[in-house]
Design a protein around this ligand. Structure first.
Ligand code: SF4
Length: 346
């Protein structure tokens, strides 16, 4: 190490960066042997130390199905395929992610409870908690298919359940397409909230602010429901999903301006659990895996897939994820997400 500095001072190595690279190399060689054999710290820590630029999939969103029973006009993960990986393949991919440093998995869709009436997602939730021992396992759902029986079978393995709700006015939900026939979305939301309380699962609400609900004041109902987090998204346009020729939705009429979004946030500024996400905060700050376990890169305003982690491994696929880790931390992507650490105060 000292000799490296000496070489630098003597002008043999001219630039500061050359010196830094050599020091890093020195640390890599020596740390590998010492850290690798002397302690049992997780590989994630070692890899981060050895390769500072390496992306760790700390929190992953696995959209394992694109099928859904709702028809939200702004949906940006639409039913372009009906493919779902067989359970054993999905488990293999989840294990690879765990080995690469995943701490939180979120199952999303489409509607996660459509596949095998919730048993498919239930088995993955159980596997991730029981076998992989992940600190946090969560689901985002529209809520329509969830039953109390599901909570009895799988509730203990689930940390957080997020249910989408854009309005407490059923007519507004209908205009958006959040609904199915005569079923009341808000009534179901309240039932699920109760089951979360009974089965000790943290309850979260996700709302997409769009042209139809941007003037609503949801403060009273949110305060009454008291979710651990209320995620408030600005309606997002993604080419090939909800805009453009090949898209299954045309969401232009749902889009709102930055100003409209700001007004909505101001109206709800007293709600402590509100976590806002503008288009800028949202676009590249999620690690998204599609139904083939390919990372989706949203940097160009569309979803460009990597190769599947099942074919090329996590490390190779994640390079094409377009993931902005700084924005992930800036938008509060890392939070207390394990129910073991959450004080569920109902
Ligand atoms: S519930 Fe979600 S996945 Fe289903 S249509 Fe609406 S936004 Fe899309």
């Amino acid at each position: 190490m000292i000799s490296l500095f000496m070489l630098s001072v003597m002008g043999i190595i001219t630039s500061f960066w050359d010196t830094m690279k050599l020091i890093l190399k020195y640390m890599q060689i020596h740390s590998f042997w010492s850290l690798g054999f002397q302690n049992d710290s997780p590989p994630r820590t070692k890899l981060r130390f050895l390769e500072p630029d390496r992306v760790i999939p700390t929190s992953v969103n696995y959209h394992f199905t694109r099928q859904c029973n709702y028809k939200c006009g702004f949906c940006f993960h639409t039913a372009k395929t009906s493919f779902v990986l067989p359970l054993e393949e999905a488990k293999k991919g989840l294990s690879l992610l765990k080995d690469a440093g995943m701490e939180k998995i979120n199952f999303s869709g489409g509607e996660p409870f459509l596949q095998e009436r919730g048993h498919f997602v239930g088995k993955m939730v159980q596997f991730c908690k029981q076998e992989l021992k992940l600190p946090s396992v969560s689901i985002v759902s529209n809520g329509s298919m969830i039953t109390e029986r599901w909570f009895k079978m799988y509730g203990e393995y689930l940390d957080i359940l997020a249910v989408s709700c854009d309005s407490f006015d059923e007519e507004v939900n209908k205009s958006i397409g959040r609904g199915q026939g005569s079923k009341n979305h808000v009534e179901k939301l309240m039932k699920i909230r109760k089951w979360c309380q009974d089965y000790n699962v943290a309850f979260k609400i996700n709302s997409v602010i769009n042209h139809f609900n941007m003037d609503e004041d949801m403060s009273e109902q949110i305060a009454q429901i008291n979710p651990i987090r209320w995620k408030v998204f600005q309606c997002l346009i993604i080419e090939g999903e909800n805009c453009g020729q090949d898209a299954l939705r045309q969401a232009e009429k749902f889009v709102i301006s930055k100003e409209d979004f700001k007004n909505f946030l101001n109206r709800h500024k007293d709600i402590k659990c509100l976590v806002p996400e503008s288009n800028e905060q949202m676009r590249d700050s999620y690690l998204i895996l599609d139904e083939y376990m390919r990372f989706l890169d949203c940097r160009n305003g569309r979803k460009d897939p990597s190769k599947s982690i099942l074919d090329v491994g996590v490390e190779n696929a994640i390079k094409f994820s377009g993931f902005d880790e700084k924005m992930f931390f800036k938008r509060g992507g890392k939070y207390v997400w394990s129910k073991a650490d959450l004080k569920l105060d109902w």
